[in-house]
Design a protein around this ligand. Structure first.
Ligand SMILES: Cc1cc2nc3c(=O)[nH]c(=O)nc-3n(C[C@H](O)[C@H](O)[C@H](O)COP(=O)(O)O)c2cc1C
Length: 219
């Protein structure tokens, strides 16, 4: 990594902005967020959620993914049968938008596109190609899914920050979702995120989190 970015890194000044937000603010948003089970009928403006996805970090900045934004009621309805999205169907039908987080498998195209628009020096692109283009395809797909899950986290955080109800979902049949949305063969679904309006239906159980000393191992 240092070999690629070490020579031209700059130190970011922590003082570059005066916008020092209260550290409790983001935690209040995190606590507000629930994986909701249903939505109201209004459409929601998801622009800030999409921008959060755009600004999520990814390895080398390659962004080896596509996020499909489904807002067509007929497509949401088509995705809702139990045989396709299990017990997530009702909230998908009620959602304003369904984001489908997909990982790409076409490593060469991902790097070519990045090289064309990112102003990254050719020697760095060469090193990235050496490391990434040579990965076996399934390893590249798993790696891309890891990246797009970070974008999912950013999207969930952004929704919470803007008090927009949402639900991340791993319960779906990827082949059927792909077929209904006519997704390109090079896309592999990693997760879904339903977004909708209030009144949202809260889960029928209280929010639980382990204590920090259970989760964090200090060394
Ligand atoms: C990767 C992932 C997959 C999930 N899959 C589903 C799902 O298919 N359906 C659902 O209703 N909730 C799903 N959830 C939501 C979790 O059940 C929920 O986050 C957890 O119970 C904690 O509740 P909270 O998010 O309300 O705090 C998923 C969450 C994650 C992060």
């Amino acid at each position: 990594m240092n070999r690629i970015f070490g020579s031209n890194t700059r130190l970011l000044s922590l003082k570059r902005t005066n916008h020092r937000r209260s550290s409790t603010c983001i935690i209040e948003s995190m606590k507000w967020r629930r994986a909701v089970k249903g939505f109201g009928s209004d459409k929601v403006n998801i622009e800030t959620i999409l921008q959060a996805i755009q600004h999520a970090p990814s390895s080398f900045g390659l962004q080896p993914y596509k996020i499909i934004n489904v807002s067509s009621s007929s497509l949401l309805e088509a995705l809702s049968p139990d045989s396709i999205t299990y017990d997530n169907g009702e909230k998908i039908k009620q959602a304003s938008n369904l984001l489908v987080f997909t990982a790409r498998d076409d490593a060469k195209n991902v790097i070519d596109e990045f090289a064309k628009v990112s102003n990254t020096p050719e020697e760095n692109i060469k090193s990235i190609r050496g490391m990434i283009e040579t990965l076996p395809q399934q390893v590249f797909i798993d790696w891309s899914k890891q990246q797009v899950n970070v974008a999912l986290g950013f999207a969930l955080a952004s929704a919470a920050h803007n008090r927009i109800p949402s639900c991340p979902m791993g319960g779906y049949d990827p082949d059927q979702v792909k077929t209904i949305l006519k997704l390109d063969d090079n896309l592999h679904i990693a997760a879904l995120m339903a977004i909708g309006s209030e009144p949202a239906i809260l889960p029928p159980f209280p929010q639980f989190r382990h204590e920090l000393d259970h989760l964090i191992v200090n060394m």
